[in-house]
Ligand binder design. Structure first.
Ligand SMILES: C[S@@+](CC[C@H](N)C(=O)[O-])C[C@H]1O[C@@H](n2cnc3c(N)ncnc32)[C@H](O)[C@@H]1O
Length: 218
């Protein structure tokens, strides 16, 4: 069982669920880039880990030159790793990796509203549905109208939690573009578009509370 989030990322080397999830997330990021209008593309990643989903996609993507991104992650080892990847890809002028609290609106100032919002590995680490609704509501601060939102939600004890997320998204201002389960069947990955308005100021400074712990990650 991983003790911290850096250790949790080591599971990408061995866990089919995580490897398949990453593949789908990258596919959705590439789709979002391909379907963004010509010109600049702004991206934010919430609780970005080491950024392997976005950085691994940009490595071979023709729209990489158009991207400006801010990744927010609290674990300094993961940020260090991500920054080294950014350097090696020659993307340092376009991509900032903030070592900070992704739950705070202040850490997104001047990087939002975004065209693509990545919230992977987050929904399963919220205390309950109320907290999920709060985060979804606060996406109005992070997202442009029409923004692509990419998310993941693991299942546990046979409960398909991702179906609940889809239901909640469908009942609010999001339109489903794509959704897949990993081949392992216990992880859902979604691509939605935000149809609401952008809020220039956040409704609250704390956008959500991340309450998960790595040994119980879902
Ligand atoms: C399940 S991992 C997902 C990482 C990455 N998004 C991915 O899908 O590979 C959750 C991440 O959230 C980070 N995290 C937890 N609380 C945070 C906070 N308050 N602010 C920023 N990052 C946080 C952890 O350090 C961890 O890297």
């Amino acid at each position: 069982m991983p003790k911290d989030w850096y250790e949790w990322h080591e599971l990408y080397k061995t866990e089919p669920k995580l490897q398949q999830r990453l593949e789908i997330v990258r596919e959705y990021i590439a789709y979002s880039l391909n379907n963004s209008p010509e010109g600049a593309i702004q991206i934010v990643s919430v609780c970005a880990g080491d950024g392997r989903d976005l950085l691994g996609t940009l490595e071979n993507h023709p729209r990489a030159k158009d991207v400006s991104a801010r990744l927010v992650e609290i674990n300094s080892n993961l940020v260090e790793h991500g920054r080294a990847t950014i350097e090696s890809l020659g993307l340092a002028k376009q991509i900032e990796f903030i070592n900070g609290d992704a739950t705070l609106a202040t850490n997104y100032v001047e990087a939002v509203p975004a065209d693509i919002v990545i919230v992977c590995g987050v929904f399963g680490n919220l205390a309950d549905e109320t907290e999920l609704n709060r985060l979804l509501d606060n996406l109005s601060f992070l997202s442009k109208p029409g923004a692509f939102v990419i998310w993941t939600r693991g299942h546990s004890n046979g409960i398909p939690y991702s179906e609940n997320v889809r239901k909640i998204l469908g009942a609010s201002e999001f339109e489903e573009v794509n959704f897949k389960f990993t081949a392992t069947g216990d992880m859902g990955v979604g691509l939605h578009r935000y149809l609401g308005e952008n809020l220039a100021q956040p409704k609250e400074q704390q956008l959500f509370v991340f309450s998960g712990i790595p040994s119980k990650a879902r």
